[in-house]
Design a protein around this ligand. Structure first.
Ligand code: ATR
Length: 269
């Protein structure tokens, strides 16, 4: 049996062990996957202890994604761009590979939702780690334009500069946002505190999709706001399952089916 885990702090409510247990049952892969609360001041030590106990790979969540990145001796292009990793894999030669599957997870879920990315006008709200991790896969789908808007405008501008070689991307404050947009992705943590970024009412194009990277039993404030303005709104539970599937595939070389796992999680929310 091969051992995997998710590191976070706190980690008690993580859905990852259940998701990976479902993937393992479905694919017949013989793995164990647990949640480990690493100490805030010793992520590296927690990883070493896990490896010493037979650990072969891990997911990494808040607040360790950047520290995990620094620990890696090999990085995928996506991870290098993101400056953070959510997937660690111990390679046979002893190298530690870091990857980030958040962006491909988001794109997979957007496609499942029927969103068109190519030629679309896309707005991403927020300019923190969560947003940095998804910009490259979005730009890879050749949107007509990608706008990053953030409370702290300078962070959005800097982010847009960092990704300018990958496509048409601009950044600024919420007041500089000019729609309409086919797709609006909320990557701020405002939903956590039930807050809404200050946005203009005429944000959405006909048939637009509003996507909140957060999820919960009830629609987020952003989702409710978007639905009132005519957008189809969805939460980020599918992204959680898709990023897990991409990690599982990286470790095991087997791509699990996400739909049944997502449906079970949705019912349990
Ligand atoms: P994460 O890893 O979730 O991206 P982060 O790096 O701390 O976390 O970034 C949080 C993001 O949510 C930032 O873009 C932050 O805006 P600032 O850069 O101006 O701080 C945004 N954010 C948090 N609370 C917000 C709120 N109430 N309204 C609007 N934006 C908010």
């Amino acid at each position: 049996m091969t051992r995997y885990c998710v590191f976070g702090h706190p980690i008690g409510h993580s859905k990852s062990p259940a998701i990976h247990a479902a993937f393992a049952a479905q694919t017949g892969e013989n793995i164990e996957y647990v949640a480990i609360e690493a100490p805030l001041d010793d992520f590296a030590g927690a990883w070493q202890t896990f490896v010493a106990s037979g650990g072969q790979g891990a997911n990494v969540t808040v607040p360790f994604k950047e520290e995990a990145y620094r620990l890696c001796t090999q990085l995928t292009e996506q991870a290098r761009r993101a400056g953070a990793v959510n997937t660690l894999r111990l390679l046979p030669d002893g190298n530690l590979e870091g990857d980030t599957t958040d962006g491909v997870g988001l794109v997979a879920d957007l496609k499942r939702q029927g969103a068109r990315l190519q030629g679309a006008n896309i707005l991403v709200l927020g300019a923190g780690g969560a947003v940095r991790g998804v910009l490259a896969p979005l730009l890879a789908h050749d949107p007509a334009g990608l706008t990053v808007a953030n409370r702290t405008a300078a962070k959005a501008s800097a982010l847009a500069q960092d990704f300018a070689d990958l496509g048409t991307i601009r950044g600024g404050g919420f007041d500089s946002v000019a729609g309409p947009f086919d797709l609006v992705i909320n990557g701020t943590s405002a939903s956590l505190s039930g807050e809404l970024p200050p946005l203009p009412d005429d944000l959405f194009a006909e048939g637009a999709l509003a996507y909140d990277m957060m999820y919960g039993a009830e629609p987020t404030v952003f989702m409710a706001w978007a639905a009132e303005r005519g957008a189809r709104s969805v939460d980020g539970l599918g992204m959680l399952v898709e990023q897990a599937a991409a990690s599982f595939a990286r470790w095991r070389g087997v791509v699990p089916e996400t739909a049944p796992v997502l449906s079970t999680l949705r019912q349990a929310l």
